[in-house]
Design a protein around this ligand. Sequence first.
Ligand SMILES: [Zn+2]
Length: 415
Amino acid sequence: MTAGNSTRLNGGLPQFSTLAAFDHAPRTRLIFGVDSLQKLGHLAAQLPEQAIFLVTDPGIVAAGHAQRATEILQAQGLKVTVFDRAEENPTTRCIEDCLALARTTKVDAFVALGGGSAMDTAKGCNFLLTNGGRIQDYWGTGKAKKPMLPLIAIPTTAGTGSECQSAALIMDEHTHQKMACLDPKAAPRISILDPKLTLSQPRMVTACTGIDAIAHVVETAVTKRRNALSLMYSHEGFKLTLPNLPRIFANPADLEARGRMQLGAAFAGMAIENSMLGAAHSAANPLTSHYGIVHGQAVGMMLPHVVRFNSSDPDAMKAYAELASAPEIACVSDGHEEALNALIAHLESLLDLAGFPRSLAECGVETKKIPELADEAAKQWTANFNPRKVARDDFVKLYEAGFQPRASGSTLSPT
Ligand SMILES: [Zn+2]
């Protein structure tokens, strides 16, 4: 995640270059395949110690996945303790609850089974169990001084990308500030991607996590920190996710589409690890903390407006055009503006297919709150990586645009 993303070419004019420096150490062994959950016991048994702390949530317990994972681990002679109260957008209190249970038993390794919330909870608990203190102490990058325990991540959604990331996102229960705690030691040692586990998602979870994954692809493809490696993941992630989310909406049992979507979401996570995110995530977080709008829905609603906003930057416009060319919804040679419009039209179309509300008013957001939301959005860490400088007043305009059902200037109808 090194800086140095622009070079001075063309007589001193700043210009983005995919030759931007990066420092990428693959930290996570990625295992993909139908029924790969069966490998969990064997993989966990290879870890140095034998007491597993499994972090999951009530929905995953109800789906039977937690029981299956526990049985697979126990069949290898491993001792398993289960924390099954991971919450959506986990708070500092949720992490403390998890820690309280972890402290009652021997813990040699974590297994996180679920969506982003289970993985964030496991990572957050790992920070505190191994390094002490409060979650706030780890807000930022590389704050853990002591080693952390191994984590095996098993996503049951296709969206967060947390299975490929060293960040834990935890919300302060008092201030509602979402804290990004980044540390290479927090990255999963192993991630198991078993598409069958994503079949149990309710439609709205598929929609929210799927749109979030696509937002990750779109934002990582244009950030200031994008580089040759992150672009590879962004573009491949877009090829995998864009055509397959509609296939899943049409047939939720389509295991091949589920697998491609899951892989695309993981690739988007790898892209985030290398290039960070942008203004759609900055604008979404205050909507979630003030109005409880689900993350994927909040990001999805803001994304087309952010794409339109960023496109006034020629480098970002070109990057969007190249992204749109990856799944062949446009061709760069037809012109950047045309490619951008095709990209926005496809995003709008996906949001319609997802069945999301299409304006902030429909979600209960009040226009009088825009100044406060904009203040908070401008302070989000992801705003720093947006390709176009985005200040508080820009967020005011972006939220105002969010009250319109379509991103302004879009000339194409959704296909
Ligand atoms: Zn996201």
